[in-house]
Ligand binder design. Structure first.
Ligand SMILES: C[S@@+](CC[C@H](N)C(=O)[O-])C[C@H]1O[C@@H](n2cnc3c(N)ncnc32)[C@H](O)[C@@H]1O
Length: 270
């Protein structure tokens, strides 16, 4: 299987499509994007804390991995100059469409690979990449590219999946055991990838890697690491003694998610 083409094809379905449909939205336009973005930013209330407006002000910022472009819009509304890059065509077109309908002429998105960024050394003040580099197949190479294109003293804000999350260590092994009887997945690896990123047909993302804080410290060896923060959690819905129990994820965001959350937010200086 050619992972490179498969990866590009997989991500041409915008990540966020499940949410867009869940919200009952049909066409992409100014109004539907507003509804989507409000919901998205409420769902991840810590996102703006990790990418603060004060840090973006007056900067030339690069974003890698665009998806539905909610964060892209927030960045280009606050930075002086914005460049977005994504492997797949559709996220690039959507971010350029967002810039156009916002009449923002200092923002542009292009297609390209995080492992081989088409920019000269020391080009950007800030590089933001949320939930992307662990899909590239070579996170370490992508991080070294982030380092190369950052100016001295520049800041990288990166989110990678947490190897030691509650989902990976506890929930998924149990759920896989139950789901295995239905034989919907080939193996645990495919089941796990699908539990993080699946398309509308339910197929798992071809490449998903996970990192511990210790591994992150190694990969970011060329940087000064400022912080690594654990965030995000799942909803839990199960039966206990024949009673239906529902625990919304909001219950966990300020406690267990800070230790065994799904995602690790890294802030590092060159
Ligand atoms: C899970 S989405 C995250 C999007 C967005 N940052 C968010 O948080 O909603 C991952 C994005 O990374 C992009 N991507 C995957 N591999 C890539 C690569 N090698 N280079 C650049 N972008 C890549 C995908 O096309 C997709 O848009």
């Amino acid at each position: 299987m050619d992972n490179i083409n498969t990866n590009k094809d997989f991500w041409d379905e915008l990540c966020g499509t499940h949410l867009f449909q869940f919200l009952g939205l049909k066409e992409i336009n100014r109004e539907s994007l507003k509804i989507f973005d409000n919901y998205y930013l409420n769902m991840y209330p810590y996102l703006k804390k990790h990418v603060p407006i004060e840090v973006l002000k007056n900067t030339n910022t690069l974003e890698i991995g665009l998806g539905f472009g909610t964060l892209s819009q927030y960045i280009f509304e606050n930075a002086a100059q914005y460049t977005g890059i994504d492997y797949a065509k559709n996220p690039v077109e959507l971010v350029n469409h967002r810039a156009e309908i916002s009449r923002n002429t200092s923002a542009k998105a292009i297609q390209g690979d995080a492992k081989n960024l088409p920019f000269p050394d020391s080009s950007f003040d800030i590089v933001v990449s949320i939930g992307c580099l662990h899909h590239t197949g070579d996170t370490a190479k992508s991080v070294s590219e982030v380092h190369r294109v950052l100016k001295n003293n520049g800041t990288a804000i990166i989110m990678l999946y947490n190897k030691n999350s509650f989902r990976r260590l506890a929930a998924n092994p149990y759920k896989f055991f139950v789901a295995k009887r239905k034989k919907t997945f080939k193996n645990f690896d495919e089941y796990t990838r699908g539990s993080y990123d699946a398309n509308i047909k339910g197929e798992a993302a071809p490449v998903v890697d996970f990192y511990s804080k210790k591994e992150i410290k190694k990969i970011f060896g060329a940087f000064t690491l400022l912080k690594i923060k654990s965030e995000n959690f799942d909803n839990y819905h199960f039966h206990l003694f024949k009673k239906e129990v529902y625990w919304p994820r909001e219950k966990f965001l300020n406690n267990i998610a800070k230790i065994m959350g799904l995602d690790l937010y890294i802030t590092a200086k060159k």
